[in-house]
Write a protein that binds this ligand. Structure first.
Ligand code: GCU
Length: 663
């Protein structure tokens, strides 16, 4: 199955050359400690993975039985004073034999240690010189599945849901184990299994039993399960007259529900809640605040779990700039949330656009646990059809200075590090899990960055591509730069210079800048572009919506001037004349055209680059990627030409000399 992509970055393709010789010489026996015959399931899973990985890396050189020249010892005991997720890999010697010992803060650390060691071995590193000492930067590293119980995945581009609710709890699909392996290998330790637009019946006893089976299967891999809970569940499934969070009967219902879940799943993670957003029920329906709603649920969970309350809110009757609504609703509540409540904030203030400024809530709620929500599935970046490696986008937001540190830099990563990161999953039941081979890299990158936000996009791309496709330096030298440039290409041909939400209605796939007649203003691309005969861009400075006022003063000062703002964010914050002189020497109009052209040209280069790499990749995946790139080449032009034609209809300008004419 390695060829069809099912093996992900855990293919453990046979090593070659010196790397193979070194591993063949080491050829370790794998030892785990038992306690009077009892083997902890996590240690067993770690040992299984090591055996599987090493046999596979040795390829034809694997012996029927390991010779045990070397030793890998999976210990993870007696170091309980350490961070329970921290692992250490150190060499040792025993009676002339070389060994590597994995120790850790708790058994769970050993699974990370095993995967960490396997990553090193997969990259061809010498077993004799591997030493590792790692702990995750953030306690909660989770995937949010927008999977519905009927198998449909909201904003999913990789087929039906991977969760087989129909056959659970009686049958557990092997995919659930492979899914847990993949997650554990990148440090993911929490999974919300169902859509934030939740169905209340998933809180009913038969679904709790199904969820318990998943929790049992994933526990050895360090994964806790979470459920998206519909706020009106007591009304929907139990006939209560109200879901008012301050009503004692409602609180009692949730308390009993939590007790019922914990009886089946003792390490249940908690509830993920989308409330009072896009038509979902919530505490505001009863005149209560987000804090009232979240705290009531938090009390039901007690110290057993966490309420993750989403800050992605906007409502039809709020006339303010949509980008400002979450901040307006949440920042006044700073300090009011219970200690086991996390407020989960999307990377930017609108909605997972190809580029947004960081969300102004980061840093603005010092007395609230804030967590970053990123979207691994590419709702606004060409679905699985367009190749866009998202690590550079997440790196951009994680490294952004919130301006809330006074004289010292206080990045988004620093704000969320004590809490965590959630990624909206991009998995489905496609053979390659993610709909396209390169979208596996986004799953991988999300986990790696949540584990260590200091990792560079380059390193992540390199590791992923080496494990997934080929370790050959020629291959990596071509494929890695292609990945690193891919997201900027999408920004260029879809929404350059700070434009946003120019996608067609509902599905968000192709271009739709001309759409202006939808019933709610903020559904219309024209709401975001504000394009008119004079210029283009959304004035969010003091003369406009003043969304800039939500940022720390140092940031707002820099961004309030069209001359000093990063041009990549220009039209997000400013309405700029078509003939405005850019720093490049071009006019704004010329600059826009230049970006659209550059985006389309980059995709051509990506396709050309890939076409030279056939010798490093199996035929099946080589062809699959080539065909997707051909689609992207065509559609990048579609985006460019349709967008430019529309802007021309508004500004009456002709294309600058040298611009590629529409096909
Ligand atoms: C986007 C997306 C929705 C999703 C929502 C959310 O608006 O299009 O499908 O439900 O985000 O994050 O809740």
């Amino acid at each position: 199955r390695a060829e069809d992509g099912y093996g992900l970055w855990l293919r453990y393709a046979p090593l070659e050359g010196e790397a193979l010789e070194r591993l063949a010489r080491f050829d370790p026996e794998i030892r785990i400690n038992d306690h009077a015959g009892y083997i902890d399931p996590t240690l067993a899973a770690a040992a299984d993975e090591l055996a599987r990985g090493i046999v596979s890396l040795l390829g034809d050189r694997a012996k029927a039985r390991p010779s045990g020249n070397g030793i890998i010892e999976v210990a993870c005991e007696g170091m309980m004073d350490m961070n329970p997720e921290r692992f250490i890999v150190t060499p040792f010697r025993e009676a002339g034999r070389r060994g590597l010992r994995i120790t850790g803060g708790d058994y769970g650390a050993c699974i990370y240690g095993a995967f960490g060691l396997l990553r090193e071995l997969s990259l061809g590193h010498d077993p004799a010189s591997i030493t590792l000492d790692e702990a995750p930067a953030m306690p909660l590293r989770m995937l949010n599945h927008w999977d519905n119980p009927d198998g449909h995945v909201e904003r999913g581009y990789a087929g039906r849901s991977i969760f087989d609710w129909w056959h659970l709890p009686d049958r557990l699909d092997q995919r659930m184990i492979d899914y847990a392996r993949a997650n554990a290998s990148i440090g993911i330790n929490g999974v919300a299994v169902n859509n934030v637009n939740a169905r209340a019946f998933m809180l009913e006893p038969d679904y709790i039993a199904k969820l318990a089976r998943l929790a049992d299967a994933w526990r050895p891999y360090g994964i806790r399960v979470f459920l998206s809970a519909r706020f009106s569940a007591p009304v929907d499934i139990c006939g209560l007259a109200t879901a008012d969070p301050l009503d004692p009967a409602v609180a009692a219902w949730w308390q009993a529900k939590a007790d019922e879940i914990y009886a089946a799943i003792p390490d249940f993670g908690g509830f993920l809640v989308k409330a009072n957003s896009e038509g979902q029920p919530g505490p505001q329906d009863y005149g209560r605040s987000h804090a009232d709603g979240a705290n009531m649920l938090a009390a039901a969970l007690g110290d057993r779990g966490t309420v993750i309350w989403r800050a992605f809110v906007y409502s039809a009757d709020d006339e303010t700039d949509r980008a400002m609504q979450a901040y307006n609703e949440f920042v006044p509540l700073d300090g009011q949330f219970a200690d086991n409540v996390i407020v989960q904030v999307k990377n930017g203030p609108v909605d997972f656009q190809p580029r947004e400024p960081f969300h102004p809530m980061f840093g603005a709620m010092p007395n609230t646990h804030l967590m970053l929500e990123a979207q691994v599935t590419k709702e606004y970046l060409g679905f699985a059809s367009h190749l866009a490696f998202l690590a550079p986008m997440w790196e951009e937001v994680l490294d952004a200075d919130t301006g809330h540190g006074g004289t010292v830099v206080r990045t988004v990563a620093q704000v969320v590090a004590p809490v965590g990161m959630a990624g909206v999953a991009n998995t489905g039941s496609d053979r390659n899990w993610t709909g396209s081979d390169f979208d596996q890299a986004n799953w991988y990158a999300f986990g790696r960055l949540a584990w260590n936000p200091q990792l560079s996009s380059d390193q992540i791309a390199r590791e992923w591509a080496a494990q997934t496709f080929s370790r050959d330096p020629q291959f990596l030298g071509a494929a890695v730069p292609m990945m690193l440039e891919s997201r900027e290409a999408v920004v260029d041909y879809m929404t350059p210079l700070g434009l946003a939400h120019q996608m067609a209605t509902g599905h968000h796939y192709g271009p739709g800048p001309w759409v202006c007649d939808l019933p709610r203003p903020e559904w219309n691309p024209c709401y975001y572009s504000r394009a008119d005969a004079e210029g283009i861009g959304f004035d969010r400075s003091a003369t406009g919506s003043n969304a800039l006022g939500q940022y720390a003063s140092a940031i707002a000062a820099r961004w309030s001037d069209p001359e000093t703002i990063d041009p990549a964010l220009l039209l997000w914050f400013h309405h700029v004349g078509w003939n405005h002189q850019m720093r490049s020497g071009r006019t704004l109009w010329e600059e826009l055209v230049w970006h659209y052209d550059r985006g389309a040209a980059k995709v051509d280069t990506m396709a050309e680059t890939w076409s030279t790499l056939s010798e490093y990749v199996d035929e099946e995946r080589f062809r699959a990627v080539s065909e997707m790139l051909a689609i992207q080449q065509r559609e990048a032009r579609w985006w460019r030409d349709a967008s430019l034609a529309y802007w021309q209809s508004v500004n009456g300008l002709s294309l600058p000399a040298g611009a590629e004419p529409p096909a």
